[in-house]
Design a protein around this ligand. Structure first.
Ligand SMILES: Cc1cc2nc3c(=O)[nH]c(=O)nc-3n(C[C@H](O)[C@H](O)[C@H](O)COP(=O)(O)O)c2cc1C
Length: 449
């Protein structure tokens, strides 16, 4: 059996890291139950639907690492291996994801258990789809993850507000007044989702990176209604076209990955021509905000490792912070040479999404907020160790950049901050020796109690 989401579900079930809910549930409660659960859930019976639902697989760092089968600390080290060892996808004739084919009038999104994710969302959202499209300019198949809001049984909207490869392909099709054929593969293996959520270098298909992570080609099949590929081993596929209507349809609000609602937006629509699925398909839900946030963490950490290495910094560990939704603030532990703390900060802050960076010495455990705060307190002099950069590239999603005040089409800017929390130059490290209780190794509690 090819590696797939269902093989991951099987593995996690056997390890006791996923719970099966056998009681019938109302689809309205899926999101709330996923957020309340201490493990990912498979809802075996969803009232009124023939599809079980899986969700919560990537809700925490630990769950993402378990699903990927990687050690938690190595997210940013494992992901680049996919880029280093890329493998071309293959086209197969018989795809499990096409065992059942519904086209034309048989296409009906209301047969899928698509839940409301956030209380104030504008509608139910499909959140776990890998969108494939031909990218003529780059000469490859582009893969990205895009949310889709339910509009009617054969139509969703698609969020193409942010600059992306798919948006660029759509802009070209729109200029020619032609629809853009796409496929949406729901319930893909975590390597496929992780790669699709990553911005691959120009001309590189994210499917090759996923192949590199698997160590074998990603299996694709030809769509039933176009020449765009689909993921052969996913659970459910939507095929169709993004209509050449431009950004004209109201979409949202949406509880986005930053943990806040994005306001109503204008977006194009996706008209669905076929739905295909496995005979016993499971419908996947990626619950906002943490599943989306953590899926971006591996790529962010990989980028930080990369820029630090290129800057000649010896890196011991890298972590995104949770409060920054695993993206905007970064911690790095380094083996410092004189001036290395500042060099590291300049390198990390050159990344477009990084707003705040903290660099500490290797002896500080960056997975422990108390140790990081201790370094911030005792290794930092704010007048010497804080770097502030004005007017750098920003993301709309950060309310503090006040993007809504800008004239239409203008992009927001942000201030960036770096804190060098390494032991200052000319302070002897011996001043930081940690207290150890006297005779620590000479006595044990069980000898006394
Ligand atoms: C669960 C999830 C949902 C996402 N939804 C969107 C979205 O609706 N719109 C968007 O522009 N990016 C979204 N992204 C981020 C894109 O997938 C990411 O930027 C990707 O690199 C875009 O690929 P492309 O530029 O190759 O098309 C999402 C990511 C994840 C993990």
């Amino acid at each position: 059996m090819a590696d797939s989401l269902r093989s991951v579900i099987d593995r996690l079930s056997k390890a006791g890291e996923l719970r099966h809910v056998t009681k019938e549930v109302d689809a309205r409660y899926i999101s709330a139950l996923l957020v309340k659960a201490d493990k990912p859930l498979v809802f075996e019976r969803v009232r009124g639907f023939d599809f079980p639902v899986v969700g919560g697989l990537y809700w925490t760092r630990q769950r993402l690492a378990a699903a990927l089968g990687w050690p938690e600390a190595e997210l940013g080290l494992r992901f680049p291996q996919g880029i280093e060892r890329m493998v071309d996808p293959v086209l197969v004739d018989k795809a499990p994801s096409q065992e059942v084919v519904r086209t034309g009038a048989d296409v009906d999104l209301t047969t899928l258990p698509i839940p409301f994710l956030g209380e104030k969302d504008g509608g139910p959202f499909i959140s776990a789809g890998v969108v494939l499209a031909h990218d003529e300019e780059q000469g490859c198949v582009n893969a990205g993850v895009y949310r889709m809001m339910y509009r009617s049984p054969r139509q969703t909207s698609i969020d193409l507000v942010t600059v992306s490869d798919l948006r660029r392909s759509y802009e070209r099709a729109f200029q020619r007044k032609e629809p853009l054929p796409i496929t949406v593969s729901i319930g893909a293996h975590p390597y496929e989702i992780l790669s699709a959520a990553f911005k691959a270098p120009p001309g590189v298909s994210e499917l090759k990176i996923a192949g590199g992570l698997h160590g074998s080609p990603v299996r694709t099949a030809r769509a039933k209604t176009s020449d765009v590929p689909v993921l052969a081993d996913c659970e459910v596929v939507l095929e169709g076209e993004i209509a050449p209507i431009g950004w004209t349809v109201d979409e949202g609000p949406f509880g986005d990955f930053a943990g806040m609602y994005t306001e109503l937006r204008w977006n194009p629509v996706f008209n669905i021509k076929a739905i295909t699925y496995r005979k016993d398909a499971v419908f996947q839900v990626i619950q906002m905000p943490w599943e989306n946030a953590w899926l971006g963490a591996a790529a962010t950490e990989a980028q930080v490792w990369e820029v630090l290495k290129r800057a000649g910094v010896s890196v011991a560990a890298v972590r995104v912070t949770e409060g920054s939704m695993c993206r905007f603030s970064v911690l790095a532990a380094i083996r410092k040479r004189a001036g290395g703390g500042k060099n590291a900060l300049m390198a990390i802050l050159s990344l477009p999404d990084t707003k705040h960076a903290i660099v500490v010495d290797e002896d500080v455990d960056i997975s422990d907020p108390v140790q990081v705060e201790s370094a911030l307190t005792f290794r930092v002099q704010a007048d010497r160790d804080v770097i502030i950069i004005q007017d750098a590239q920003a993301k709309h999603i950060d309310p503090s950049v006040r993007a809504w005040e800008l004239p239409k089409g203008e992009l927001p800017v942000t201030a960036k901050m770096g804190i060098d929390a390494t032991i200052p130059e000319r302070v002897p490290p011996s001043h930081y020796e940690r207290i150890r209780p006297a005779f620590l190794n000479e006595v044990n509690l069980d000898q006394i109690i």
